[in-house]
Design a protein around this ligand. Structure first.
Ligand SMILES: [Zn+2]
Length: 62
């Protein structure tokens, strides 16, 4: 899956605060993502995050 910094990820499972959308802050072996609802930052393995992605929302296309 092609995920870039700045993308918004819509997840299958919502964050405890209720938001399903996370902003991508860093990609690599681990992803760093930030909840759009409460601003909480999470680092997790790429494979783990990719399994939970419902769709990728990209505001600007290149
Ligand atoms: Zn949250």
């Amino acid at each position: 899956m092609d995920v870039k910094v700045g993308d918004i990820l819509e997840m299958k499972k919502p964050h405890p605060c209720g938001s399903r959308q996370f902003e991508v802050l860093r990609v690599g072996m681990d992803f760093k993502i930030k909840c759009k609802g409460c601003g909480h930052e999470v680092m997790a393995a790429r494979a783990k995050i990719e399994r939970n992605i419902k769709k990728v929302i990209r505001e600007q296309d290149d």
